[in-house]
Design a binder for this molecule. Structure first.
Ligand code: TYD
Length: 203
């Protein structure tokens, strides 16, 4: 089974992926955790662009995310397709919904949707869990770890990205997306996720 975890910054994806791995292991599943951008050639270039070390056009960045995703699905050492064939449950931290939300905001959503969904090398997830939290709460969680930041600017960005995710989920109703309330303790959120996983997938 191929499960994607999505959410804006501060939504708690990292913690929740580890808790879900533990729960799946306890159910006797072999779990492979992976993320985007990958550590492959395109992923390394993407990280340089995201950090500001390299400049890029926003359409070029969207295309690089797609190239990274094709590599992520298809590479023969530990690509998603190979790991699924080996019987692993694959948990992926961010996938094409991140492109829809982030690059959909900066370029053309139609174009980003089309090139990802129509690409034969890009696998369709069996389940996507979206960790949903009001933007202000994400902002507060991010802020906890930092001393100074342009709060207003950041908050506006988080709001816009969350809005784009929700818009996209309505536009692709044939995708199995569960929107999970990510407020409360990590254990409470994890329970909600495990329930959604059990509902969606014959474990
Ligand atoms: P990362 O440091 O991994 O952040 P996080 O812990 O929030 O996942 O950085 C990934 C960044 O890349 C994040 O800001 C979202 C962005 N991104 C896109 O813009 N498009 C994409 O298709 C993907 C996969 C990620």
């Amino acid at each position: 089974m191929f499960i994607v975890i999505e959410g804006v910054d501060g939504s708690g994806k990292g913690t929740q992926i580890r808790l879900l791995e533990k729960a799946l292991n306890e159910m006797g599943k072999k779990v492979f955790i992976t993320c985007e951008p990958t550590s492959g050639e395109y992923g390394v270039k993407i990280r340089k662009i995201l950090s500001g070390e390299e400049k890029s056009d926003s359409c070029e960045l969207a295309a690089l995310f797609l190239a990274d995703r094709i590599y992520h699905c298809q590479n023969e050492s530990s690509g998603i397709k190979r790991m699924l064939d080996l019987g692993y449950t694959v948990l992926c931290d961010r996938y094409y919904y991140s492109s829809f939300a982030y690059q959909g905001l900066g370029t053309s959503l139609e174009w980003v949707l089309g090139m990802n969904l129509d690409c034969p090398a890009v696998l369709k997830p069996d389940l996507t869990v979206f960790l949903d939290l009001p933007a202000a709460e994400c902002d507060r969680r991010i802020e906890e770890g930092r001393s100074s930041r342009e709060i207003f600017e950041k908050l506006e960005t988080i709001k816009a990205i969350r809005g784009k995710y929700l818009e996209v989920f309505e536009r692709i109703p044939d995708h199995n997306v569960k929107i999970i309330d990510a407020s409360g303790s990590p254990e409470m959120v994890s329970k909600r996720i495990i329930e959604a996983v059990k509902e969606s997938i014959p474990l």
